[in-house]
Design a protein around this ligand. Structure first.
Ligand SMILES: [Fe+2]
Length: 309
């Protein structure tokens, strides 16, 4: 099934103003109707928790109300409708979107993707022995550079039944396992996306069910560090990072958010195709990151020891 990835995540929140500030400071572009878009049109949508146009909430503290998956074409939508209608109600809406509930009680939707094709430069570096990434006189350290999330990358669910949930996405929707931590995950990519993962899950008690984090792809490690540093400067709380994961190789920096989920910047994720053989290892701090940094105040040699700020 030609599913591409998460197109949009819909939340019912308590504090619209705080969420607006967070999402715009994070770099998303505020549009109409509570939508906050990345450069390709993938988005977070926020509404009041009490908004009765939203799908029903989970019976937990999670504010996530719906995950909307983008698919390649109508044939994929038809195939999803035929497959999932065999054992649940699938509603086809006027705009063609399909909605239903997955095997763990999450509200999900499918539509032909609304993401726009991006044509943007990668982060360019100069590396001895290789042709220059940047021409002479093109500066790499631009503190005023815009840092905008390019596309919605992946989501991680807290689920009470990891086994049932992963089976649903693999067996019913054709997701492919790239790697797995023993008894956690697996890392999954859909068939129309080579990213190492768009979906991961962590087994939790039922009362914790919800969205553990969401992530958007940035241009590269430098833009990720610039964007994350700006978030810290604005007073947002870093949750984990910056660092680099092992599985997926993506650089990461996670922040606490008023959407009751962690929100991550990521950059430079591995791509995989059908030739890949999945890896498996026990979950540990060592396995989940290659390295982890801590952000500290700026200082300069000659300006006093770092502890003096
Ligand atoms: Fe992540």
């Amino acid at each position: 099934m030609r599913i591409i990835g998460p197109d949009e995540l819909v939340f019912g929140v308590d504090d619209i103003a705080a969420c607006h500030d967070f999402l715009t400071d994070y770099g998303l572009i505020a549009g109409a109707d509570g939508r906050y878009e990345a450069l390709d049109g993938t988005a977070i949508t926020i509404r009041e928790r009490s908004d009765d146009t939203l799908p029903p909430p989970l019976r937990t503290a999670s504010m996530l109300r719906q995950t909307i998956w983008g698919v390649e074409d109508q044939a994929t939508l038809d195939a999803i409708e035929a497959e999932l209608s065999t054992d649940r109600t699938v509603t086809r809406h006027a705009d063609g979107t399909l909605t239903c509930i997955d095997d763990c009680g999450f509200e999900i939707a499918f539509r032909i993707t609304r993401r726009r094709k991006l044509n943007l430069p990668a982060e360019m570096i100069n590396s001895p022995g290789a042709a220059p990434g940047r021409a002479p006189n093109v500066i790499g350290a631009n503190e005023d550079a815009e840092a905008r999330p390019r596309t919605l990358s992946h989501i991680v669910y807290f689920t009470p039944d990891m086994e049932a949930m992963s089976k649903f996405y693999i067996q019913r929707l054709g997701f492919v396992v790239t790697d797995r931590f023993t008894n956690t995950g697996p890392f999954l990519r859909p068939q129309a996306n080579l990213d190492h993962h768009v979906l991961f899950m962590i087994q939790t008690p039922e009362y914790m069910q919800g969205l553990e984090h969401l992530a958007f792809h940035m241009q590269g490690p430098t833009e990720l560090m610039l964007a994350g540093s700006r978030m810290v400067k604005k007073g947002y709380e870093s949750f984990w990072g910056p660092g680099r994961h092992k599985f997926g190789s993506n650089w990461f920096w996670y922040f606490n958010s008023p959407l009751a989920t962690h929100v991550e910047y990521d950059a430079d994720m591995d791509l995989h195709d059908g030739d890949w053989t999945e890896r498996e290892t026990a979950m540990s701090a060592e396995a989940s990151q290659m390295f982890l940094f801590e952000n500290v105040d700026k200082w300069s040699p000659g300006g006093g020891p770092p502890s003096d700020g």
